[in-house]
Design a protein around this ligand. Sequence first.
Ligand SMILES: Cc1cc2nc3c(=O)[nH]c(=O)nc-3n(C[C@H](O)[C@H](O)[C@H](O)COP(=O)(O)OP(=O)(O)OC[C@H]3O[C@@H](n4cnc5c(N)ncnc54)[C@H](O)[C@@H]3O)c2cc1C
Length: 424
Amino acid sequence: MLIHDLSAGDLSGKHHRSCAKIASGQKLSSLYSPARCAYEPCLQCIYEGGSRLDWKLCSDQPPGGSWNRYLPSQSTLSHFTEMGMPDHPIDGLGMNCTAQPPPPEPCKKIVTDGRSLVNYYQNYARTLPSERMMIGKVVSASLKGSVWQDGLFWDVKIQGQEKKEWCVESENLLLAIGRTQPNWLNIPGEKQNPYVSHWTHDACRSMACLQAGGSILVVGDGFSACDTIWEAWQKGLTVTHLLPSWVRDEAVRVGKAGGSGRHGLIQHLNYRQSERHYKVARAMAFPEECAAFYRQGVDCRLVRIINGRECFIEKHKDGKVVQHDKIMFDHIALLTGAKADYSFLPDAIKSSLFCSNGALDVCPETMESRSCRNLFLLGFCAGEAFLRHTFGHAISAVETIRGRERVRQMGDCRRNRIESMECG
Ligand SMILES: Cc1cc2nc3c(=O)[nH]c(=O)nc-3n(C[C@H](O)[C@H](O)[C@H](O)COP(=O)(O)OP(=O)(O)OC[C@H]3O[C@@H](n4cnc5c(N)ncnc54)[C@H](O)[C@@H]3O)c2cc1C
């Protein structure tokens, strides 16, 4: 979570919002200073026209956010240089680098892993003023509405491990809280079950204890499901995979004839950049090619888990249940996405964050909530999974705050002038 994060810059309009749009997901060009031949520092306390623009950063995890939870061996999807902060180039900093695809295919991308990234982010954080970093602290949900807007200001209740609470006041609140709540299937047996995991890293840690020849059920068809299936294969486990028919049909179409589609993972059938994504997508299209270690349940729904790992699965066709199965698995990975945990917000603010169709209601130019002024949502919690685009969000929000600050300063100047004329 960022509270009033402001990047340094001059007043020439270089950080103009249209630049922020260009920077979003691109090369962060608006942060580059040709005069200094360097990127501007991302998190700095600066003085502008004599008034101080200040920030504090609060996170329950060490720098690196969710990467602290992922497996140290987990690789990035992006080229590794895209995971770096603009003012602290990641290139040449002793990262573990892996060519994708591996030889003998021509290398198209170089990826890195969770361990290297966490080291990099933590080293970066050491360059920041420690008095502004509230690490290991949560924005507390111990009291309903621990965050509220009191007139112009946000009052944010922060809690440390020792349960001590204190309040931080800020004018702007930037939430970059990721997604920490799994999308529950709402079926019996999915919660507090040691045989069930909701994250790739948890599934991989559980699978590490299984013998080759064991079986795993994977529900979901995104990149987390893909990584889990791949890891299961590396351990010699057999995967049963439940996925919707539209995904399987798209995989078959792209696998046979190429072309684009809606599904991110399936597109890997077109460009062999990553062995694991290509091979899992290929299995989704042509399960008969790997029947010894991959089975599919198309349009099948897990409806109940009993005794830890006995799964009741229903097959649906034309809106009707056409088959019931009861199968025992050694592990069950439910990888159906996650959502942000806004439990620290008062109910009124929480409900106003969303449109009637459930989509987050933010202005895409500024990333500010349309209903709640001075509240900005960035990154994963705002629906963006890639760091480069998250930077775009951050720049848009910060430019909005800076723009308002400038207008206020100009107003103050004019007011002072009028007062001095009156005095004269
Ligand atoms: C396996 C995997 C591979 C990925 N590969 C790539 C890749 O190659 N390239 C890429 O760009 N992205 C990749 N991503 C996505 C990447 O993880 C996200 O882009 C990034 O972590 C999102 O950053 P964020 O800051 O929005 O959220 P997060 O990294 O989730 O950080 C949010 C932080 O806020 C903390 N928090 C939440 N609530 C509170 C609270 N109340 N108080 C205090 N702290 C709180 C959370 O604990 C967390 O530490 C990958 C994701 C996965 C799962």
